[in-house]
Every structure is written in structure tokens, then in C-alpha cells.
Ligand binder design. Structure first.
Ligand code: ZN
Length: 364
């Protein structure tokens, strides 16, 4: 079939359970102020995620040939929407971090835990207008989760396809087109709070307090955070590293939020930033650290994203803020009276500690 300009018109079938392109087509039609001529069925949208492990490399992703074929068809008719599918020649995650000792890796299981996805659905359900819920979920290919009765069970089985989280990410962004960044930040904040409230006492609590000596507190917190995410994925894909200037890098290899997203100029994983900020807030550390995404797969197509935690104020690793940070951490986690933190090392003080409870921390 030919367009008026003599171009081949792409012919796409959108199966019932995967309407991931529907919203894109609606947006394009709105911006172009005309219907888009997708009229005849020829090629089904592939079941695999658009971003897949590069079969020739253990470290990077590529756009799946089947998805590239679909996108190429769209771009032939709408050349203004064309973007590159090539991986950036240089990236922090594949170059600089590798030199620093963090080896790139790619998810092989491509799954995440049921209970985690259920929490993300719950947080999204709280934010999205009920009148929009069904439409948005169907638009992004998650129509089977419109009803809460069909949500995954609250268990540890890893049965959720990795790309579902990026689909849900898009539904949240679409639910507030006037300010999608703020909506994604609210989603990341809420889902993290739900997670921390549920895990009482969480890994975060236990591991942070095990390693209370100075300069180790934030590392312990990040250990707990990345360890929990690795458990959710069933693979070691989330790592952190302390930099010589006192800042930290948190790396999400095969980031759950990038599988179904196209290239953009700016970092786009706002939910991750808000998630780390929520964790720091609960620990009363949010005034001491600034969180930002310094490289996103949406910019590089590597499939990996890097977040940085920069100390606010003095960055000197030897400065004396750490004892105060440690005290605040203990106070936040255990609601201890002020005089107690210096005595944390004494067993008799530990014995008097109340049972940690994240619900109590919320009001601290
Ligand atoms: Zn990102």
C-alpha cells in the first residue's frame, strides 16, 4: 500500500494483549492533526521486549530486529519521528564505570518479582484518575491488570516480564501529560514507601545498623537497597560504588524502566530518583545528599542507567558529619531517645531497643 507521497505505508497488527504502540499512534495523530493511515494488518508486534540482550556481547543491549522492523515502518511514513537505534559510542556505564571496576552485565532472566510489581500497580492506582485507569493500562499493553482481582499475588515468585515496568512507567507518565516528571516522581516516592513500610524490619534497617562505624552508613543503606533490588530481579544487576570525592554511584544494569522506551535527550528515570530520595528522607538524610540520574539508557541505548548521590555541603570523607549522620540514622530507624545513639555499641543498650517499625519512622 502506498501513501500519497508514494511511500510504503506500514501495516501493523496490535494483538489484544499488547497495545504498546496505540498511545504512540494517538499522540502522533494528535500532533500531526490528521489520522495516521494504519489500515491493513501485515506484521504482528513481537512478544519480546523492544530492548534485548546483544547476542554478541555480555554487556549491552540492542533493539530487537522485530521491534526495529516495526519502528522502521512507522518512520517511513512519519520521518520526523525517526530516532537512532544505535548504542552511543561512549558511555559512562560501559567506559568509565568499567575502568572503575564495575563490570557491565545484562539481564538473562528478564523477570521481576510479583510482589514488587503489585506494589508498583498499587502506587500507580493511587495516583491515576480512576476514569483513566482502564484506558491507560490498555494503551500501554497492561490491560490484563485493569482489575485488582487480576493483579499478581503478593509473593516472591519472579514471573513479571521485565518490560512490564517500563510499560507501567509510561502509563503513569501519560496520566498527567501537563507534568509527567512530577507524576513519575510521586509514583517512585509512593511505591518506595509502600515497600519500606511492608518490610518490617527491612533489610535496610538490619544492614544499616550492622555497619554503623563512621563513613559506612550510606554504603550500608545502598547495600540494602541494591541487595533488595537484586532479589526482586533474581540477578545481580544493581550495584553501587563510592567515589573518591565522597559521592556515590548507583548503577541499574538492564534497568527495568527502559525496555519499552525510545531515545530522548535527557535522563528519564524519574521514578528511580524519587525512590532513592524517599529512602533518604525516611532516614533523615535527605538534607545531606542530592540524588540525580547522570546517564540514562534513554540517552545511550545501553540499557543501563547511573544515578549519583552527591553530598550537600562538605564532600570531604573525613569531615565530622558522619557521627551525626549515624545518630540520625539510628534515631530514624529506632526512634531512640537522643542520649542513646552514642551507646549503640554497648550490648545492654541494644537490648533496650524497641522493635523497629517503619510506620513509626514515618512520623519521626
Ligand atoms: Zn534512566
Amino acid at each position: 500500500m502506498l501513501s500519497e507521497q508514494g511511500q510504503d505505508i506500514p501495516i501493523i497488527a496490535l494483538p489484544q494483549n499488547r497495545h504498546i504502540l496505540t498511545r504512540l499512534l494517538q499522540q502522533l495523530a494528535y500532533e500531526l492533526k490528521r489520522d495516521i493511515p494504519f489500515t491493513v494488518l501485515l506484521k504482528a508486534v513481537p512478544d519480546e521486549a523492544p530492548l534485548i540482550a546483544d547476542p554478541s556481547s555480555p554487556a549491552v543491549h540492542v533493539v530487537s530486529p522485530a521491534s526495529a522492523q516495526i519502528l522502521e515502518g512507522i518512520w517511513r511514513v512519519l520521518p520526523g519521528t525517526r530516532s537512532s537505534l544505535k548504542t552511543a559510542l561512549h558511555s559512562l556505564v560501559l567506559d568509565d564505570l568499567t575502568i572503575a571496576g564495575l563490570s557491565p552485565r545484562v539481564s538473562r532472566k528478564l523477570r521481576s518479582r510479583n510482589s514488587h510489581f503489585r506494589q508498583l500497580l498499587k502506587a500507580a492506582r493511587e495516583l491515576i484518575d480512576p476514569a483513566q485507569w482502564d484506558t491507560l493500562l490498555k494503551d500501554v499493553g497492561l490491560g490484563s491488570y485493569c482489575s485488582q482481582d487480576s493483579w499478581p499475588p503478593d509473593d516472591d515468585e519472579c514471573s513479571i516480564p521485565a518490560e512490564y515496568l517500563s510499560c507501567l512507567n509510561q502509563a503513569v507518565a501519560f496520566s498527567r501529560p501537563a507534568d509527567p516528571v512530577d507524576q513519575l516522581r510521586r509514583w517512585g516516592n509512593r511505591s518506595t514507601r509502600l515497600s519500606l513500610e511492608k518490610r518490617v524490619p527491612s533489610l535496610l534497617t538490619q544492614q544499616a545498623l550492622k555497619v554503623l562505624p563512621d563513613k559506612r552508613v550510606l554504603g550500608a543503606v545502598l547495600n540494602a537497597f541494591t541487595g533488595e533490588m537484586n532479589g526482586i530481579r533474581g540477578e545481580e544487576l544493581h550495584l553501587w560504588k563510592r567515589w573518591s570525592d565522597g559521592s556515590y554511584r548507583v548503577v541499574h544494569y538492564s534497568n527495568l524502566y527502559v525496555y519499552g522506551r525510545v531515545r530522548c535527550l535527557q535522563p528519564a528515570c524519574h521514578a528511580w530518583v524519587a525512590s532513592l530520595e524517599a529512602m533518604l528522607h525516611l532516614l533523615h538524610l535527605d538534607n545531606a545528599w542530592q540524588v540525580s540520574e547522570i546517564e540514562c539508557s534513554c540517552q545511550t541505548q545501553t540499557g543501563h542507567c547511573i544515578l549519583a548521590l552527591q553530598p550537600l555541603g562538605e564532600a570531604d570523607s573525613t569531615n565530622d558529619q558522619w557521627p551525626n549522620v549515624r545518630a540520625r540514622l539510628a534515631l530514624a530507624l529506632y526512634r531512640l531517645p537522643s542520649p542513646c545513639p552514642p551507646a549503640l555499641a554497648r550490648p545492654k543498650c541494644k537490648a533496650r531497643m524497641p522493635i523497629p517499625h517503619w510506620h513509626q519512622v514515618k512520623g519521626a
